[in-house]
Design a protein around this ligand. Structure first.
Ligand code: 13P
Length: 272
């Protein structure tokens, strides 16, 4: 085995463990507010969360509804907390009533956007091809897409989850090619979203490892790509899930709506 092989092996192990080069596991703690919160609640939340000391290995991201993005722009200046939208148009501009473009998100100070959340896929018909186009539109404006993937309960029970996840990722890779490296992946089993039910740690480990295998097969071996877990994450289970290999962070719905609970999740993750 020569020096190059050893280097590849070490990199792979670092990636597997989700460590930074200093050997500490990094976590992204992301809040998806969905269609919740008021202007008043958002202002209060920001007051309570901004200035919270963040350990070096923690990155915080918040995805509020569109109408409150301006509050983030005004209140989170120079903060380590980044924010973004919950969706973005696949088109650049024009006659698309109700849509919000990537350029507009840039104007709002967004550096991120969710795409392909299962609620968008199931209620609004966002196919994997549409999700891929949305991710591409975001990247064109230097906005990092957080691409959500995940199987339904039926697909899990029928042992079809691997094929479902691969189909969802393949569609994105076809559109983005190597640019997929610039994205973040969020694995959210649909059956764990808002249900209080989470997969076993073995299931999370196996699935995240499988997602990395797919990414590796595309030639994405870089430590840059992160895979988050989402679905019923709260202060009680965050540390256990955080210790699972290949889990690089969380996308949190319900438990991110109260500053107290979100801050305690951040604190707990930074202790792992
Ligand atoms: P819950 O944390 O409420 O289960 O929601 C998860 C989710 O959908 C985040 O995008």
């Amino acid at each position: 085995m020569d020096k190059k092989d050893i280097e590849i092996l070490v990199r792979r192990r670092i990636q597997e463990l989700g460590l930074d080069m200093a050997g500490k596991k990094e976590y992204i703690i992301a809040a998806n507010w969905k269609m919740n919160m008021s202007e008043k609640e958002t202002k209060k939340f920001l007051e309570e969360v901004k200035g919270v000391p963040l350990a070096d290995n923690i990155k915080v991201m918040i995805f509020p509804p569109y109408p409150y993005l301006h509050l983030f722009k005004e209140q989170l200046r120079y903060e380590k907390i980044t924010y973004g939208a919950q969706d973005v148009a696949k088109e650049e501009k024009g006659a698309y009533t109700g849509e919000v473009s990537a350029a507009m998100l840039g104007d709002m100070g967004c550096s991120l956007t969710l795409v392909g959340h299962s609620e968008r896929r199931s209620y609004y018909g966002d196919s994997s091809e549409i999700v891929a186009k949305k991710a591409k539109a975001a990247l064109a404006y230097q906005i990092t897409p957080v691409i959500c993937i995940g199987e339904t309960l039926e697909e899990r029970q029928q042992d079809r989850y691997k094929e479902v996840l691969k189909t969802q990722l393949d569609a994105v890779y076809r559109e983005l090619g190597n640019m997929l490296e610039k994205c973040i992946i969020a694995y959210e089993p649909v059956w764990a979203i808002g249900t209080g039910v989470i997969p076993t740690m073995d299931q999370i480990h196996e699935t995240h490892k499988y997602i990395y295998q797919i990414l590796n097969a595309y030639g994405i071996t870089d430590n840059n790509i992160r895979v988050l877990y989402g679905g019923s994450v709260n202060a009680k289970n965050v540390q256990e899930i955080a210790s699972v290999n290949y889990v690089n962070g969380f996308l949190i719905g319900g438990a991110s709506l109260k500053a107290e609970s979100f801050k305690s999740i951040i604190g707990l993750a930074s202790e792992v």
